[in-house]
Design a protein around this ligand. Structure first.
Ligand code: MLT
Length: 411
């Protein structure tokens, strides 16, 4: 028998969203007539905008003809998409990104999960708590986490940075040196954002400590307020210390289509075992070309259409739709006297569970009494205990219905 990778045995239970799906399925089996509203995993519900489907249809037609057929494409993405990304997401904000710094992929989940592979085994990893579980779990699989401490509900070697109501869900800088720092803004799950000055403090920390910030910006399109940075590279010097992850999943309805990109600046350096500088970009390129064969041509044509004038107008409508849902949930829950956060620059609403219920107890109550699926805050980490996340990605009808059902609960 082959020996397995022992690190995998340190993983706790099942992946959060699989666990939720499992409980949902069980409930439906036992209550086949229940009309479930899913506001758990952040999965979008509106169809793809027309500009995107049109571009994808004509890409399919191109593939049907030998003259315009495409086989393997560049692993890093076609120029037409990379250039559209640079123009649309960076140049327009005065940020200079070169084409060899952009890596198109099939999703930010994969990129934020895989990026840790190129760093040393003994890197100290810091995460916000609560946090998107992929950052932690992939470091557990890599053997960087140490053992799980059941009492603390935390891994021994991971540096957890609590985000809670006391610090306005903006964690303090690490007390000790962290090598890799995962930041997510607008934040999943709490929905909070940082100002430019606040983000600058992280960049300054990273510079002072030779750390690398892994900046997950999957929810950038939902930013509504001024003075909220759309990219970490708006902060001077950030290209020396940060990798940025962006996704089309929530922005343009690509959760099933799959396309995202990662920016690894050429200025970003790490050190080898002898202390020599190494370009992180070269290593990521090496990894990407070895393990990935590129996103399909059809998908990349669809993604590039996001940046056309029609595409921009249509995705703005999508985002507005979801942010109106966010306001409906936020205002509805507030009017019930609940403590509610997020939902202003992010499609997530983070609420304090009522009556002192723990996160999973509230999950069960909501599922059994209101037939609503949400996400228990503790699933994102110990600091999420006593909190709960609802997404704004449902249909308008279901969002309004969900608020009405919650209104009828005795909380
Ligand atoms: C979430 O619900 O946190 C996200 O949809 C999960 C993901 O993007 O993988």
């Amino acid at each position: 028998m082959a020996q397995i990778n022992q690190n995998f045995l340190e993983l706790q239970g099942s992946y959060l969203f699989s666990e939720i799906a499992k409980r949902r399925t069980k409930f439906i089996q036992e209550n086949p007539n229940a009309e479930i509203i899913s506001l758990g995993i952040g999965d979008v519900t509106l169809g793809l905008p027309e500009a995107i489907t049109k571009a994808m249809h004509s890409a399919v037609d191109e593939l049907a003809s030998p003259g315009s057929f495409r086989g393997y494409g560049p692993e890093q993405g076609y120029d037409f998409l990379v250039n559209a990304i640079i123009e649309g997401d960076y140049k327009s904000r005065g940020i200079d990104i070169q084409s060899n710094e952009v890596f198109v992929s099939d999703g930010s989940k994969c990129d934020v999960g895989n990026i840790q592979e190129i760093f040393s085994q003994d890197s100290i990893v810091a995460v916000q708590d609560p946090v998107y579980p992929v950052y932690v779990d992939t470091n557990v699989m890599a053997g960087r986490s140490g053992s799980f401490n059941k009492d603390k509900n935390q891994y021994e070697n991971i540096v957890y940075l609590p985000s809670n109501a006391e610090n306005n869900f903006k964690p303090s800088l690490p007390q000790s040196k962290a090598d890799l720092i995962y930041l997510c803004y607008p934040n999943n799950p709490t929905g909070t954002t940082l100002t430019k000055d606040e983000l600058k403090a992280w960049v300054d920390y990273a510079k002072a400590n030779n750390s690398i910030i892994l900046y997950d910006s999957a929810y950038e399109a939902f930013i509504r307020e001024e003075d909220v940075p759309h990219s970490i590279y708006e902060i001077e010097g950030a290209k020396e210390v940060a990798i940025e992850f962006r996704s089309f999943s929530k922005t343009a309805g690509f959760t099933g289509v799959r396309c995202a990109y990662t920016v690894v600046p050429r200025e970003l350096k790490g050190r080898d075992a002898s202390g020599n500088e190494v370009l992180v970009n070269d290593l990521w390129n090496r990894r990407h070309t070895t393990k990935f064969n590129g996103v399909s041509y059809v998908t990349q044509r669809g993604a590039a259409a996001i940046y056309s004038p029609e595409g921009q107008a249509q995705i703005a409508e999508l985002v507005d739709y979801y942010m109106t849902n966010a306001a409906i949930i936020r205002d509805g829950l507030k009017s019930l006297g609940l403590e509610v956060y997020g939902g202003v620059n992010a499609p997530y609403i983070w609420l304090k569970t009522p009556s002192g219920l723990d996160s999973w107890a509230f999950f069960d109550k909501l599922l059994s009494e209101a037939n609503i699926v949400g996400t228990p805050g503790v699933g994102f980490g110990q600091s999420g205990q006593g909190y709960f996340r609802l997404t704004a990605f449902g249909s308008r009808e279901n969002t309004e219905k969900a608020v009405e059902r919650i209104r009828k609960l005795s909380l």
